[in-house]
Design a protein around this ligand. Sequence first.
Ligand code: C2E
Ligand code: MG
Ligand code: MG
Ligand code: MG
Length: 287
Amino acid sequence: RAKTEGKGTYRFFEADMGAQIRERRSLEHDLRSAIANGEFNLVYQPQAQVDTGAVNGFEVLLRWIHPARGSVPPALFIPIAEESGLILKIGEWVMREACREAATWMRPLTVGVNVSAVQLTSDGFADLVRRILDETGLPPQRLEIEITETALIRDPNRALQTLQKLKSLGISIAMDDFGTGYSSLSNLRAFPCDKIKIDRSFIQAVHTNPQAATIVRAVLGLGRGLGLPVIAEGVETSEELSFLDMEGCTEAQGYLFGRPAPIEEFVPLLSENVVVLPTSPARTMAK
Ligand code: C2E
Ligand code: MG
Ligand code: MG
Ligand code: MG
């Protein structure tokens, strides 16, 4: 350590790193008891038909209400749960709760559950899911597992084996956040996949960034060519929805249709025969 300024900067950086590490340890510590303390809950976000607004299913998103910190974002605690291995127990809890809930619905809507790489490549994951389906009575056709491409490259052989088992049970697989991370088109061919979810970063830029619009069109073309349905994530405006409709995207999810919320808020959607979500007035007028 040479200069005075350099040393100061270094110390500041060091203190900052220390605080980050302590913060992480503290969150990991608290995560260990979060299930037992009932600090987790699930919220549900509708997935709808672009042209009619009819609901096809819901994605399940985990929420953690920390007793002192309040709501902790998944982007902060999921990586800690993954690195510490706690995601195995937490993910099992999510899967069981989600299947239990979906089994009570009066319509055969799908339920999408996010599964991390650690879970997918853990021992007996497919058996665990099969047991949960048996236990809850949810038909496998109604469960959709969302995985990211990053999950596949961790241990491709193992991931492939597990995905094949899940598929043979009748469960479907959606490729989440498509187009980001360790994306490779060959993943769609090498791994059994039933649906592509276009990442919300592309959707949110379709009207400001021509490259994003080109990528969305390309992914839709890929889906058409491979015979894979494509769902757009993070649709917030009627302009984005019109663009998707025009480009032939048939399914969407995002704040425009509904924010993730406790399932109680969606009760009417769970029982009616034909239910249409509110899209925007501009869209209704254009049709
Ligand atoms: P994801 O699976 O890609 O989930 C979509 C995220 O986008 C959710 O964030 C959702 O609240 C948000 N979102 C949906 N529509 C919109 C929109 O119109 N605008 C904007 N700005 N955001 C929108 P959330 O709930 O914070 O979850 C973040 C990530 O955490 C998820 O990304 C998923 O990777 C992970 N995650 C959440 N729950 C679980 C879980 O139970 N298990 C695992 N392994 N990961 C989970
Ligand atoms: Mg997801
Ligand atoms: Mg996603
Ligand atoms: Mg994401």
